[in-house]
Design a protein around this ligand. Structure first.
Ligand code: BF8
Length: 678
């Protein structure tokens, strides 16, 4: 009988779906480490990408889950909408209303993240101004004096009828008070938007989008998008624009300025980028997140001779710090600390087996780094009270500015002590590239004219004479739904080839660094003849790395300087410039996109766009918005077409300015110049 029993065919064992390393990233180090992770059976975001599809309706922006009668899902019919769009949620909300609500909730999330970061910095700034902490001091008094007037803080005093310099400590204290007030003041309007060109400020005033205070604009988005409140996509977007301006010209700008005063305004310096910066014979500490308040202390601690000696006593040759995400950009631009990788490389840094501690603060941290850390000896340390992880291998060391150095020492020593616990299986990819980073409003000015003649006029002059066709601001995240870094690099290279100088921040900055685009030498390789000539003459890379994502505020101020220098119109929207986020993924990117658009800049996003399910609303963002702000959104996932859209917009602006015809180049001698001046 037993033999008669049919043997059940064993079910075929399903191989787990794994990512194709080459299809996942253009970067060799990343490809090597994805393969390594798969050999070790450690799952990464690249594998999850092939296992899980994104929700199609969420992707279109037309799923409303703002009340318990839903979620109401309004996908776009396959053939599009013919005739009237009759899609409605339970309450009657249209696809436009739902997509606009979702879109501005993303702005609220992004603006909150940037601005709350700014608030934390302002609180530390206040402690420093009150001299409550030894760890933080007012480092850059020039920057303090330059921002004080914008916060309506006097820098001079009248004594016996004479104007004298005001005490710097007094200025710092009042700047701290005024800055903190910007988050929740009861009256008036935000102070920094007055830094924008007058024409733009007036435009905002007319449109009714001047922010009152930072927190209020974010709260109002949550109110308006509650069921049964604002049901007009144009009115919803008005608030979206207002909150985004409160981010770019408020929370983010304050974060940048106060960080510069506390830690120093960046100037160009040389460093390296990619996983190859990690060293097998060193203690590797990776700092990841966004706020430089903690990482500044870790940098200081890791350089102390007694701490280096301590590392040596444990058998290491020294301490190698490396950064991931925007914390990386912060300590890169001020200290030259090398960058270990982009947003998508955070798991891979641990998979090297050489990461003795990963210290995280806020934003863009995968919860999966805790699962990956479990497979290795890595100590994963969370440090911020608002950003903890549920996994039990995560250590929480709460960081406080009042005992900042002690906290930093504890963390660094923990990394050092962990060096001896490494397994034998260390594998660090060799790839790394040299980069020059640390550009900003001040350093660009300096580079263009030195200490005495520093001005943006040289840049304007080169845009007017056509050597530089225009300015591209290429920024933002990586997105595992697209091939890592491919769109970033293709967009940037296409712009350079067409003589468009590129300003970068965030993970695009890291991608460009890994690709070797942040060196002056790359100009001769990738740029058109005009841009190449300018870069060679001035000695700058064709891609200027301007810092972290809150430092997109530097780009707003750089654009303002271009307007001030003259010859390119009287508003930011007149300048031949365009923005781009080829691989965006975060809510912060949407907030940035909106404040850039609201500041007059045409901005193209790649990857995906969360309004495709509501064509009328999408059209409003991509066409109608230009009539209000001079800038508008666009979406193009193909990188070359994406860059070409930007170039076409730049050309449109050149034509409007009457600088679209190539001018004959005339070599002038002194007599010619004198004649001109006369
Ligand atoms: O703030 S670019 S992935 S790291 S969100 Fe995050 Fe995006 Fe990178 Fe910096 Ni900005």
């Amino acid at each position: 009988m037993a033999e008669e029993k049919k043997l059940k065919a064993a079910k075929p064992v399903k191989e787990p779906k794994l990512a194709d390393p080459v299809a996942s990233s253009i970067d060799l180090a990343t490809q090597i480490m994805i393969k390594r992770a798969q050999e070790l059976g450690v799952e990464t975001v690249f594998d999850r990408n092939v296992k899980m599809k994104p929700c199609n309706i969420g992707n279109q922006g037309t799923c409303c889950k703002n009340c318990a009668m839903g979620p109401c899902r309004l996908p776009l019919p396959k053939g599009g909408i013919e005739g009237e769009d009759e899609r409605k949620g339970m309450c009657g909300a249209t696809a436009n209303t739902i997509a606009a609500r979702n879109f501005i909730r993303m702005i609220a999330g992004g603006a909150a993240a940037h601005s709350d970061h700014g608030r934390s910095v302002a609180e530390v700034f206040m402690s420093a101004a009150r001299k409550e902490t030894d760890a933080y001091k007012i480092k850059d008094t020039n920057k303090l004096l330059s921002i004080a007037p914008y916060l309506e803080v006097a820098t001079t005093v009248e004594v016996d009828g004479e104007t004298q310099d005001r005490d710097i400590d007094e200025i710092a204290l009042e700047v701290a008070e005024k800055a903190l007030n910007e988050w929740g003041k009861a009256e008036d309007e935000l102070l920094y938007p007055k830094r924008a060109p007058k024409a733009l400020y007036e435009k905002w005033k007319k449109a009714g989008v001047l922010p009152r205070n930072i927190d209020r604009e974010i709260v109002e988005i949550m109110h308006r998008t509650h069921i049964g409140v604002d049901q007009d996509y144009k009115n919803l977007m008005k608030q979206g624009a207002r909150a985004a301006i409160a981010d770019g010209w408020g929370g983010s700008m304050l974060a940048t300025d106060l960080q510069d005063v506390l830690f120093g305004t960046p100037y160009p310096l040389q460093s390296e980028a990619n996983l190859g910066i990690m060293k097998e014979d060193h203690v590797n500490i990776i700092v990841h997140g966004h706020e430089p308040v903690l990482s500044e202390m870790i940098v200081a601690m890791a350089q102390k001779p007694e701490i280096i000696e301590y590392a040596k006593s444990k058998g290491a040759k020294g301490i190698q710090l490396g950064g991931i995400c925007c914390t990386a950009n912060e300590i890169l631009q001020r200290h030259g600390v090398p960058v270990a990788g982009t947003f998508l490389q955070q798991e891979l840094a641990i998979i090297t087996g050489a990461c003795d501690a990963m210290v995280v603060d806020i934003q863009c941290i995968f919860q999966n780094v805790a699962n990956v850390a479990k497979c290795f000896h890595t100590k994963l340390i969370t440090t911020h009270p608002i950003a903890k992880m549920e996994q039990d291998n995560v250590i929480h060391i709460e960081f406080d500015e009042h005992h900042a150095l002690e906290d930093a020492e504890k963390i660094v020593r923990m990394g050092i002590d962990n060096f001896q616990n490494r397994g034998s299986e260390v594998m660090i990819p060799k790839q790394k590239a040299t980069q020059i980073a640390g550009f900003g409003v001040e350093s660009i000015k300096y580079h263009l004219g030195g200490t005495f003649r520093g001005d943006y006029f040289t840049l304007n002059d080169n845009i007017i004479n056509g050597r530089i066709r225009g300015i591209g601001a290429v920024v933002g995240c990586n997105n595992a739904r697209t091939r890592h870094n491919e769109a970033h690099i293709q967009v940037v290279k296409e712009l350079l080839k067409n003589d468009v100088i590129v300003l970068t921040t965030g993970c695009n900055g890291i991608a460009c660094a890994m690709e070797g685009l942040l060196t002056p030498e790359s100009a001769a390789v990738y740029c058109g003849p005009g841009l190449s000539e300018v870069c060679e003459t001035v000695g700058i890379p064709p891609v200027l790395h301007c810092g972290s994502c809150v430092d997109n505020s530097r780009l707003l101020l750089a654009a303002t300087e271009v307007v001030k220098a003259g010859g390119l119109g009287d508003d930011i929207c007149d300048v031949p410039a365009a923005g781009s986020a080829p691989e965006w993924m975060s809510e912060k990117a949407i907030s940035i996109g909106q404040y850039v658009v609201s500041s007059g800049i045409y901005t193209v996003f790649g990857a995906t766009f969360p309004t495709s399910g509501a064509p009328v609303f999408h059209n409003y963002l991509c066409k109608e918005m230009e009539k209000i702000y001079g800038g508008m959104w666009d979406y193009e996932p193909d990188p070359i077409k994406h860059a070409q859209l930007m170039i076409a917009h730049i050309d449109k602006k050149r034509k409007a300015l009457g600088i679209d015809k190539a001018r004959e180049r005339v070599l002038m001698d002194m007599a010619d110049r004198q004649a001109l001046e006369a």
